[in-house]
Design a protein around this ligand. Structure first.
Ligand SMILES: [Zn+2]
Ligand SMILES: [Zn+2]
Ligand SMILES: [Zn+2]
Ligand SMILES: [Zn+2]
Length: 528
């Protein structure tokens, strides 16, 4: 089993955490520990028309070929469609039945979870119960015996949709999928839910759901030494992708366990624990979760601005002091109010970001100053989330023609975002690497109306200093991308893009300098 794993990776059994994977050899930061294609994957409903259902390539508005039978899946070309057919032929029939039974013509296809789970079941049926991969799927961990009522409800909902989608009308129909009872079905769903991954594009945008029993062997830490990414650098992406790569983001030593993070590690401890508990049914004991030290995710700036920070007060711990100068935070209620308003606003703005981006950006625009003036540093929740969303919204609403004001506000926001993420992630984490690349790219955008007086106090600078800053930022970004998306992948698609930008900027800065030199030489010298 698990033939994708290299020889130096060992699977051991641990009493507390079940199976764990260890390395017997040192692994350098930026190296791919292993690479594998998901056992099954399905794109999310919103991506069905713009991404290939087989290889997950984005093909823009015109290039996609639609399955004429179900009219749901889209492909890059005939090859991707043919490659997908072995599984899609079952899916195609199910999708057609689903739409026939739909209450209206615009009724959406089932969620990516249902479609991915079904693809998994069809593949298992095809390969048979003794195939290596079927046995790997069957040995993935399930938590059915200790399911929480909330999880039980969502699993029951999934079970209902699945029964309908697969067209199972009697218990006998379930046998073909090696399911002998309703309990078996819930068990399979539970195993799927706790072991599912998000397929992402090379910029970490979520594209759908995937299952991979070998990647599922890796345990969780909120401060992981490895990440799962999809850098999309195959020589023939239309055949090989989507490939999951497990990349070391720091040096890992012999005898160390390989760990990735299952959740958004920018969240403070209580929210991380909640997310892990709800979806994965365990309590994390990593050093971040057990530390009693100051967490930049839940802290305030010193009330006297000495440069130190204070833990975020709570109803139980209302008296908090600066870690450096020991000043007491007086405005506890204001901070707690800002936290509550900010959290509610972030949830709302996130939900509205595609439906009503105008309303979403009004929320982020109003909330960011409230949290900042309540003393939240850029790394604190929910300010970091608001800043990241604000940046996305600003970038996707660039006016035409672009104004200096809009561009500079976007750069400001991107800078705050990088500052926040720098406090949370180690060098080379893909999230931080991408944020830096984004900032560098923004700084390199042609200025619509550069300032002529270049006071050094103004940020972002204009003209040559701005180009230089763009150049330095992209250099740093590239160094981190090479780690986060793998050295041999050249930092993935974004890493390659950034390298090209660096070369172009080198030229531009050279020309700029030459231009300035020419102007100086052309200026008639003043007579002494
Ligand atoms: Zn394709
Ligand atoms: Zn079809
Ligand atoms: Zn943790
Ligand atoms: Zn202080």
């Amino acid at each position: 089993m698990y033939s994708e794993l290299p020889d130096f990776i060992e699977i051991r059994q641990s009493e507390e955490t079940g199976r764990v994977i260890w390395t017997q050899s040192p692994i350098r930061a930026g190296s791919a520990i292993f690479v594998t294609k998901p056992y099954a994957a399905a794109s999310s409903s919103s991506k069905l028309t713009s991404y290939c259902s087989y290889c997950f390539e984005q093909t823009g508005m015109n290039g996609l070929r639609r399955c004429t039978k179900c009219r749901v899946t889209h492909y890059c070309d005939f090859n991707c469609q043919t490659n997908d057919w072995a599984i899609h032929k079952h899916e195609c029939a199910s999708l057609q039945n689903w739409s026939k039974a739909a209450p209206s013509s615009d009724y959406p296809p089932p969620s990516d979870a249902i479609r991915c789970l079904s693809r998994m079941l069809w593949k298992m049926r095809k390969q048979g119960p003794y195939a290596r991969q079927t046995r790997e799927i069957a040995s993935m961990q399930s938590h059915r015996s200790s399911l929480k009522p909330s999880a039980y409800e969502s699993h029951t909902y999934l079970a209902h949709s699945l029964v309908q989608y697969l067209g199972l009308s009697s218990p006998g129909d379930m046998e073909q999928y090696s399911l002998s009872s309703a309990a078996d079905l819930v068990d399979t769903i539970s195993r799927f839910v706790t072991n599912t991954f998000t397929v992402t594009d090379p910029t970490l945008i979520p594209l759908g759901a995937a299952v991979s029993p070998v990647v599922a062997l890796i345990n969780h830490s909120c401060d992981p030494n490895a990440v799962v990414v999809f850098p999309r650098v195959s020589t023939d992406p239309k055949v090989q992708e989507p490939l999951m790569q497990v990349i070391a983001i720091r040096d890992i030593y012999p005898g160390e366990e390989v760990l990735t993070s299952y959740i958004d590690a920018t969240l403070p401890t209580n929210l991380r624990q909640q997310a892990l508990n709800e979806t994965y049914n365990f309590e994390c004991n990593c050093h971040l979760c057990t530390s009693t030290g100051l967490d930049p995710r839940a802290s305030l700036n010193c009330p006297k601005n000495c440069g130190g920070s204070c833990p975020l007060p709570s109803d139980e711990h209302a008296l908090v002091r600066c870690s450096k100068c020991k000043s007491v935070v007086r405005s506890v209620d204001a901070a707690l109010d800002a936290l509550r308003v900010g959290q509610e606003g972030l949830d709302k703005a996130n939900n509205l970001q595609f439906e009503d981006p105008g309303k979403s950006i009004r929320l982020t625009t109003n909330l960011i100053p409230i949290l900042t003036s309540a003393g939240f540093p850029p790394s604190a929740h929910p300010l970091l989330g608001l800043t990241r969303l604000h940046q996305q919204l600003l970038t996707s609403s660039f006016p035409n023609p672009l104004t200096q004001e809009h561009l500079d506000e976007t750069i400001h926001t991107a800078t705050t975002n990088v500052a926040g993420l720098t406090a949370l992630f180690r060098e080379g984490h893909p999230v931080l690497a991408l944020a830096l690349a984004e900032l560098g790219k923004l700084l390199a955008v042609d200025e619509p109306s550069p300032r002529t007086t270049n006071k050094s106090v103004i940020y972002p600078p204009s003209g040559l200093p701005r180009l230089k800053l763009a150049y330095e930022t992209l250099l740093r970004a590239r160094k981190m991308l090479l780690i986060g998306f793998g050295v041999t992948n050249e930092g993935g698609q974004v890493g390659k893009e950034v390298r090209e930008m660096i070369v172009a900027l080198e030229k531009e800065i050279g020309v700029f300098r030459q231009g300035v030199k020419n102007v100086l030489e052309d200026t008639p010298k003043l007579k002494a």
